[in-house]
Structure formats: structure tokens, C-alpha cells
Design a protein around this ligand. Sequence first.
Ligand code: IPM
Ligand code: MG
Length: 365
Amino acid sequence: MQIKITVLPGDGIGPEVVKAATRVLQQVAEKFQVDVQLTEKLIGGASFEQFGTPLTDETLDACFKADAVLLGAVGGYQWENLPHQLKPEAALLRLRKELGLFTNIRPAKVYQAFVDSSSLKPEVLKGTDFVVFRELTGGIYFGQPRGYDQQKGWNTMVYQRHEVERIARRAFEIARQRSKKVTSVDKANVLEVSQFWREVVQKVHQDYPDVELNHLYVDNAAMQIVRDPKQFDVIVTSNLFGDILSDIAGMITGSLGMLPSASLGEKYALYEPVHGSAPDIAGQDKANPIATIASVAMMFAYSFQMTKAAELIEKAIEKTLEQGYRTVDIHQPGSKLISTSEMTDQILHNFETLYHEEGLGVFTL
Ligand code: IPM
Ligand code: MG
């Protein structure tokens, strides 16, 4: 099999974590006899500096041509005061829109070795395993009219029926393969757009009677995630609410540096860590590469149906954490503090061991 991946390192720690993840990608591909072709392009502030725009047609084109896109992170202090359309973040939003990536999947799974380093008590956290389905190409992020002048600022939260239907359908489908429980999050007590969202989700639910559906207001959902995260299985929500809830979910699992994501449309797919560009630690070989490496695992699973490869990457991460290795964001007294590249070495080493232990090396040895 041949796969073409467009790689967009971006800004801040983006290039470091992407480098780590592509090392894993290449080693896994080699083991599973996949011929992987990587094309690297600029995005975000890095692209702005070079071309005066955060997203060039050339980058966009390379994404259209790829089987999957791997992205690091975009943004940084030096670009914060640029006009909206020139900000690094605008590139990411446009990319999601152009590629039609309406489903953003953000799993919040607690690694066993990690239960102690969360801000939540181990007994609250243990066994937490849910996934946030965030609508990614609609809602207030894209609604018109938008703007600001001297006197006011405004945005529009709008959802079309088909936009709610397709994300709801995906959430119900995945729920069928999990614990068959979907929680739809909205603000239907205040917003008409949320009332509409709720009604459409209920309608779609009629096709999935075997899946349990409940609704929560977003403020309550935020509270419930930290109070009792185990109660959730699949959360489906709009763009803005999903942005917020997935950061909360990321943090309870120990560090945002651990949380991967997949953004899927009908045709294209993009994989990226949930965390941002962390400019304060950029270029120091300190960043946690796990979220990006785990995003590569999601890529193997979702884009290439290589579940075994995905599983081995996840196990290698888990084993590395169990061995006590930690980057600075998750470091604790008694754990072994290592750099981005050392963490990657260790994960690769564990991947090799697991691969052979499972007998997968038999034919390639
Ligand atoms: C995320 C980020 C982005 C978003 C930013 C960087 C535009 O916070 O992927 O969650 O708000 O969607
Ligand atoms: Mg966010």
C-alpha cells in the first residue's frame, strides 16, 4: 500500500511534535510494509512570514492531494494583532472548511499510569473513557454576519439542518460500537440555534433506537465532566461548545499534551493534537509529543483501517508512561524527566518490542 501524507508543522512547538510523530509514522509504516510519502508545507505564522498569508494555495492544494494531513499547531504572540484573516488561526479554520472536515473527534481516555497526575482524584477519574464529537465547520466560528467596529462586535451562531444531521449521525454510529450512549450538549434554554440543534438530534435519534440519548446544557456539561467524567461515552456538540469542553476533557486526563484528534469529512481527513503552539517552550526539545503521536495512531485507524498499527502505537505510549518517563508538562516527583526526542525514542523502542512480542515480526524478520 502507498500512502501520501501532507505534513503541516506550523508554529511554536508544532515542528518539534510533528517531527516526533513523523518518526513514529515512518517506523510503523515500514514495519507494516506501507510505502509512505511525506510532503511538508508551511501553515500559520510560518507561512505568513514567508508568503504574507497564513495559508497559500500551494499548501491547500497539497492537502487536497493527500490521503491524510498531519498538522502540528498554529499561532504565536507575534501574530496576535494581525487582522483576523491574516492570523495563523484563520489558516486552520479555512483548511477545515475547505476540506469539509465537519466531524472533529477528540477522545478523552485516561492512561492508567496517569491517574495520579490529573487534577482530579483518582477515584473520580479511574475508568474515564469518552469521546467528544465536535462540529467543526459551522456554528459561530463561521456564521455571518460577523465583525466589529468602534462601538460593537458581533458574530452569528447558525446551524443548517444538514450540518446537525450529519454530525449527529456520526456520533450515533460510533456510539453503537461503544457503550451506546450519546449526550448532546447545547444551550437550548437560552439560544434558538440550540433549540433547533436539539430537535434535529432527537429526529436523527429515531434511526438509532438502540442508542440512549440525553441532552445537557453546556454549563452543566462542563461541570459534570469534572464532577463525574465516567458517566460519559459519546458527547456530540457544536463548534464553540466542543472547543471548550474538549480542553476541559483534555486537562482531566492529565495534560492537554496527551490529547489527539481526528477531523473527518466525506473525503478528507486531518489529524492534529488538541493542544496549541506553546510558544513559551518552543524550540527547546521540551514539548510533549504524545498527543501528536497518538494522532498518528488515529490516522492509521481512521484513514487506513490499520487498527493493529494504531493499537501498537497506543500501547507503546502507555508502556512508556508506565515506565515512568515524562516530559516537563506531566513531570512529577519520582518520574523520569525526558525531552521531546527522548520520549519519542522511548515510544519507538517500546513499539519495536511490542511488535515482536505480538509475533508480528515473524514474516519480516
Ligand atoms: C482547537 C483550537 C482552534 C479552535 C484554534 C487554534 C483556532 O483551539 O483546535 O481547539 O478554536 O478550533
Ligand atoms: Mg481549542
